[in-house]
Design a protein around this ligand. Structure first.
Ligand code: TNX
Length: 533
């Protein structure tokens, strides 16, 4: 603006009145059509999980239709840049072109693999008015960084259209735990491929990297096993309260696995055994000790079923299932369940778990089991998922295995928020948003410290959960808290500041159409702060 005035007063000396009038007209036109500089502020952004370091700078990078994205790295990195570009397209309709470049870039957005970044999943963002550089150890790190960029994005809309800005900032970041997960129980109620994909997308926004699918239980068998087809034909035909149930064909399961992999999320399939097996026992009479198949089960009791430990066909069955599952599961883990086997004597349970553990290793995978599996002698690489019994978790660590933290009283997203929550259970207590956030995996169980812990997983059991809306209501906003617990350093975690950042996520969650539980503990920022005044 200042420059325009200078030019005008200089040229004025040498111009006719008509010329001056035309010039004045053009000048007013030009200055009116020039958009004001886009303003953004880190103050308006609540990054979750909070990065290791954030250094706010003056200025804003505006993303325009013409902003180029440069990639200096491999094909995987190009895919991540594409994911960024496609997400921008969904938000704004802009179509950002991607070009590869090993030259020095002065303006635009640059995705770059950097050997200086050492931590797994680590990344660094340097955003100035002209250039955003996202450097990462590898494409996976860049994908986590993209989630930060998307959270930094301020979308400002007025009558002239949409404008996108990212505040100038320097961010360095990497996770505290390698396993940051959630679990969906698709057995008690079945969820479609599209519903699982939506959950995967939501998880990815907060840098979660593992989705555990609880595929079998008393009420339903949800994964096609070609050598035992009645598992799904009979065992998959119902669910809690007698609905239609359903199952994933192996092709559909692979589709889920690939969709998750494109978001750097590993799928861990669980076959729960020897208890929680009524659906299998109802499908094949020969799996029962007395040779008689029980009825299908649509209630919510636990602990009444068991595979027949003494029959050799049980192990043929388990091995066939593991073999087929391994073929369609690229991730390193197979979950073997092992919880609440109240109808299996401990003297039977131990050899069963030991044998199944060996089978998983035989097919090149690592077993995970609920904390009761610690009764068996475990191989060092096996993982114990702590959910209820601290003594089990401690005994597991004594055996030298790592623990996955899923304490029911803190991380079970099927627990009600408060006494009037319309969905959920409360056997592990009520878990409000603060209680879900305000704990530290490394100090929760005495004698278990960070080095013993592989990570955190928040399960959603589905006895009372029937729809995607139900899933979202119970998981949002608690899931964001678990994401932060497992990603961010403890020294940066604090409920009072977290709840303010969570409040700022409101608009984004609404844009994503999430059926959010609007806890009164959070001062949600519902106003449209970003309009162009
Ligand atoms: C306990 S947690 C279970 C599940 C139930 C859940 C309900 C665990 C390993 N077993 O079978 O669905 O409680 O909250």
């Amino acid at each position: 603006m200042k420059n325009y005035i200078k030019i005008f007063s200089l040229t004025g000396k040498y111009m006719s009145t008509l010329g001056k009038t035309i010039f004045l007209f053009l000048f007013i036109f030009a200055s009116c059509s020039k958009k004001p500089k886009l303003q953004t502020s880190m103050e308006d952004i609540g990054l979750i999980p909070i990065p290791v370091s954030v250094d706010s700078q003056p200025g804003t990078f505006e993303i325009l239709e013409s902003t180029p994205i440069y990639v200096n790295g491999d094909d995987e990195l190009v895919k991540v840049a594409n994911y960024f570009s496609e997400t921008i397209h969904i938000i704004s309709d802009f179509h950002l072109e991607i070009a590869s470049s090993s030259e020095e870039i002065k303006s635009g957005v640059l995705f770059k693999i950097s050997s200086e970044i050492k931590n797994e999943e680590g990344y660094k963002i340097t955003a100035s008015e002209n250039l955003i550089t996202l450097e990462a150890k590898d494409a996976e790190g860049a994908f986590r960084g993209v989630q930060t960029l998307l959270q930094l994005l301020s979308v400002q809309e007025n009558a002239d259209g949409i404008r996108l800005g990212i505040p100038a900032v320097k961010i360095e970041d990497y996770p505290q735990y390698e396993y940051r997960g959630s679990m969906l129980d698709v057995s008690r109620h079945f969820f479609s491929v599209d519903e699982v994909k939506r959950y995967i997308d939501l998880m990815a926004s907060y840098k979660l990297n593992v989705l555990h699918l609880h595929l079998t239980d008393d009420q339903g068998w949800r994964i096609e096993i070609k050598s035992w087809p009645k598992l799904t034909k009979i065992g998959g035909s119902t669910e809690v309260d007698g609905g239609d149930g359903g199952f994933y064909t192996q092709e559909q399961y692979k589709d889920i696995v690939n969709y998750a992999a494109a978001r750097y999320i590993t799928i861990i399939p669980e076959i729960d055994m020897p208890g929680h097996t009524n659906a299998a026992l109802a499908s094949y009479p020969e799996l029962n000790c007395d040779g008689n198949a029980p009825e299908l089960y649509t209630g919510t009791e636990v602990g009444f079923s068991s595979l027949c430990i003494d029959k050799e066909i049980t192990y043929k069955f388990v091995e066939d299932v593991i073999k087929e599952l391994v073929e369609i599961t690229p991730g390193p883990y197979i979950h073997i369940g092992g919880d609440e086997s109240h109808s299996t004597e401990l003297e039977d349970y131990i050899p069963f778990v030991t044998r199944v553990q060996d089978m998983v290793y035989k097919y090149g995978k690592t077993p995970i089991g609920w904390d009761e599996i610690r009764h068996a002698k475990l191989k060092k690489a096996s993982i114990v998922q702590f959910w209820a019994n601290k003594e089990n978790a401690k005994a597991a660590v004594k055996q030298g295995v790592k623990v996955l933290m899923s304490p029911s009283a803190r991380s079970y997203m099927d627990m009600k928020y408060d006494s009037i929550t319309p969905l959920g259970l409360q056997w592990a207590g009520l878990i409000n948003v603060k209680k879900a956030y305000n704990w530290n995996p490394a100090t929760l169980v005495d004698s278990i410290s960070k080095k013993d812990i592989i990570g955190v997983e928040a399960p959603l059991w589905a006895e009372t959960i029937e729809t995607m809306e139900d899933i979202e209501y119970m998981t949002f906003p608690r899931l964001l808290g678990y994401a932060e617990i497992s990603w961010s350093p403890d020294s940066l975690r604090n409920w009072e500041t977290y709840k303010l950042r969570l409040a700022k996520q409101y608009k984004d969650l609404k844009l994503k159409n999430v059926n959010l539980y609007e806890s009164k503990m959070v001062p949600w920022e519902k106003g449209i702060k970003d309009s162009l005044e």
